[in-house]
Design a protein around this ligand. Structure first.
Ligand SMILES: [Zn+2]
Length: 480
């Protein structure tokens, strides 16, 4: 429904409201403004747009100001319901049902009208809720990942936009400062305000009416987090985002604002210059890139996925894996065989135990990156893994390339090698037969439910439980 049609409907209701207040029939008012009653009726029903001179004449005849007629508000509660019903019945959600549209007549009681509108509101609410089901979320997430893979995870328009904004704010080189981020906000007519009482479910809140971005207190530690949040909030406006109407649109927007923030924190030109120099010296390392731009290890690794293929001429992969071995985030355009479920989703899937993304958790000294060559059914890959800890547990960040690209990276000389045949279950999923024989009938674990909606349950002998882990655990403790 066009806004114009909506306005006409409200206008018609307002004219009728003032006419009946004056106890005038359609014909009586029509006579005073030189219009047939039938014509006036069309206007009151929102079916005809009146000329301004006619509107002026109606206002004068009814003793009200022209602005009273043109107000966007429904003139009374009954009219508000009628306007809402009309709007609902013209929405695609309703027309797709193939049901007749009901016109509220004078004879329809207020209760009947309120009941109809109430049902429409509920229909709309349910439809909005349904777009966020786990299946929809997983499907949308997979489609977006596949689309980004085709683009080598590179979005040139956003790269250019970020470069423009940084230049306008006077940023020259090095890490992006809070001060520059504030200037960028000011240039958009926004101010950054740090508060202690943000809603728990929001990372930042933008007040569009007053041009303010509310962020958590500036004293919060955590690298580039605060600058990134402010940049993401600005990105919604710079990228012209409107309220997302589907989960796919929501994910797309979130990807774009993250991308914009990353482009600002590690601007394309400066980042590519830095990385090209390191490649020339055969000394590429995420940790150096991270330190040069003052960002987290994960942010630097993810930024490499944007730039590696287009600017460094190499396919690339990235993994964030939790201490339980499940993949939280993943990207590859180098054919690394990521674990997938039947729908093609990777989130929550267990990665091979032999990969450095998991074996890094077994190391005692974790201050440096772990380098490893891994043979897989899709070829040999070189990977660099760094572990870290959050309140939710340990995690690892890995980047890697096919064997023939390892020569550009620090750590290429590692002698650490592993062989992975996953998804073949005999690789690392099936418990060793001796353990399985001993424990199969004597183990009874109780599954922990995954809180993450995107995480599926690992499948084994016991639903939701990694039996290999359970048996190893039992074996270890049974000998104590
Ligand atoms: Zn494996």
């Amino acid at each position: 429904m066009t806004p114009q049609a909506s306005d006409l409907s409200t206008l018609g209701h307002r004219i009728r409201h003032f006419r009946t207040e004056h106890n005038l029939t359609l014909d009586e008012l029509g006579e005073r403004v030189d219009l047939a009653g039938s014509q006036l009726s069309l206007i009151e029903n929102g079916k005809r747009e009146p000329k301004l001179s006619t509107l002026q004449a109606i206002a004068t005849a009814l003793g009200v100001a022209l602005t009273d007629l043109l107000s966007a508000e429904a003139p009374n509660p009954r009219a508000a319901l009628e306007i809402e019903l009309r709007r609902f019945q013209q929405s695609s959600l309703y027309t797709e049902l193939g049901l007749p549209s009901v016109k509220p007549t004078k004879g329809m009681s207020d209760d009947a009208l309120a009941a109809l509108v109430g049902l429409h509101r509920e229909l709309q609410r349910k439809a909005t809720e349904a777009i966020a089901t786990p299946e929809e979320a997983r499907r949308a997430n997979t489609e977006l990942r596949e689309m980004m893979r085709e683009r080598d995870n590179y979005l040139p328009d956003i790269e250019d936009l970020a470069e423009d904004r940084l230049q306008a704010a006077g940023h020259v080189r090095g890490a992006l400062t809070h001060r520059t981020v504030s200037i960028m906000a000011e240039q958009l007519g926004l101010s950054l305000i740090y508060v202690n009482d943000l809603p728990h479910s929001a990372r930042s809140v933008t007040d569009l009416a007053n041009g303010r971005i509310y962020l958590p207190p500036a004293s919060i530690p955590g690298g580039h987090g605060l600058r990134s949040m402010a940049l993401q909030a600005m990105a919604h406006r710079l990228l012209g985002h409107t309220r997302p109407t589907s989960y796919a649109a929501f994910l797309q927007q979130r990807l774009e604002i993250n991308y914009f923030a990353a482009c600002c924190l590690m601007p394309q030109k400066a980042a590519v210059d830095f990385l090209t120099q390191a490649k020339r010296e055969r000394n590429l390392a995420v940790e150096d890139f991270r330190d040069a731009f003052g960002v987290t290890h994960e942010a630097a690794a993810l930024r490499l996925t944007n730039l590696a293929t287009r600017h460094l001429d190499m396919p690339f992969h990235f993994l964030r894996v939790g201490e339980d071995g499940s993949l939280a985030k993943g990207y590859e355009n180098d054919n690394l065989p990521l674990p997938v479920d039947v729908t093609g989703a990777i989130e929550g899937q267990l990665v091979c135990r032999k990969w450095s993304a998991r074996s890094a958790f077994e190391r005692t000294n974790r201050t440096t990156e772990l380098y490893q060559y891994t043979d897989t059914p899709a070829g040999t890959f070189w990977c660099a893994t760094q572990t870290g800890t959050t309140s939710a547990g340990e995690f690892s960040i890995s980047v890697g390339v096919p064997f023939n690209q390892a020569k550009w990276f620090r750590g290429r000389e590692t002698t650490r090698r592993a062989t992975s045949t996953c998804p073949d279950p005999s690789c690392c999923r099936r418990p060793p037969s001796t353990l399985a024989e001993r424990w199969r009938d004597n183990a009874w674990p109780s599954a922990r439910l995954h809180a993450h909606v995107l995480a599926p349950l690992p499948s084994g002998t016991f639903p939701g439980v990694d039996d290999s882990e359970v048996y190893t655990f039992l074996e270890r403790h049974s000998t104590e």
